[in-house]
Design a binder for this molecule. Structure first.
Ligand SMILES: [Fe+2]
Ligand SMILES: [Fe+2]
Length: 182
């Protein structure tokens, strides 16, 4: 991962913004592992193409966010975010393409809102315009991912899938809280 940042510049991030960026770094790490999880299980060609394309985008996001956050400020729970991401991709892949697309829809819906809150705050504070641009770029991609997943769902969600998607959304919320903390 590129680490060509200047530590003094990054040390200037206020605590609240560092917490946001730590949650973003944790989230993009999880996102990379979601797609790795899908690719390790799914044999569906359409799903695999979808996951490979999204994986490349998420790796770019992770690199961009990593460049803004010194390693010493990464979440101490990174192994957990990797495992949770992997399972979030691998488990629905056992149940077919519709479950995968519904899961990605749920994840990206959450992430789109998560980024929008931060973009709005940076806008209100009129600070860190470069970070705002970066988060805006990531958010645009997440919204594309969400829409692509939504369009690809061919059948409605059964109660199990609805429950799973609720769990994914709730889990993402608690993961952000934990990653913001440490
Ligand atoms: Fe992302
Ligand atoms: Fe995404």
């Amino acid at each position: 991962m590129n680490s060509s940042f200047t530590p003094t510049q990054k040390a200037e991030l206020p605590v609240w913004l560092r917490q946001d960026m730590r949650s973003n770094h944790a989230g993009e790490t999880g996102a990379v592992y979601i797609y790795r999880g899908i690719l390790s299980v799914s044999k569906d060609e359409q799903v695999r193409t979808f996951a490979q394309e999204h994986l490349a985008t998420e790796e770019t996001h992770l690199e961009l966010i990593s460049n803004e956050l010194p390693v010493c400020h990464h979440s101490v729970f990174l192994p957990l975010w990797k495992l949770a991401g992997y399972l979030t991709g691998a488990i629905p892949s056992l149940f077919g393409s519709n479950a995968v697309y519904a899961t990605i829809d749920a994840v990206e819906t959450f992430v789109g809102e998560h980024y929008l809150e931060q973009i709005d705050r940076l806008k209100a504070e009129a600070s860190y315009p470069e970070l705002r641009t970066l988060l805006g770029k990531c958010r645009d991609d997440e919204i594309d991912h969400r829409d692509e997943a939504r369009d690809a769902q061919s059948v409605g969600r059964n109660p199990f899938l609805r429950g799973w998607c609720w769990l994914v959304g709730a889990g993402s919320k608690y993961a952000v809280m934990l990653a913001r903390w440490r």
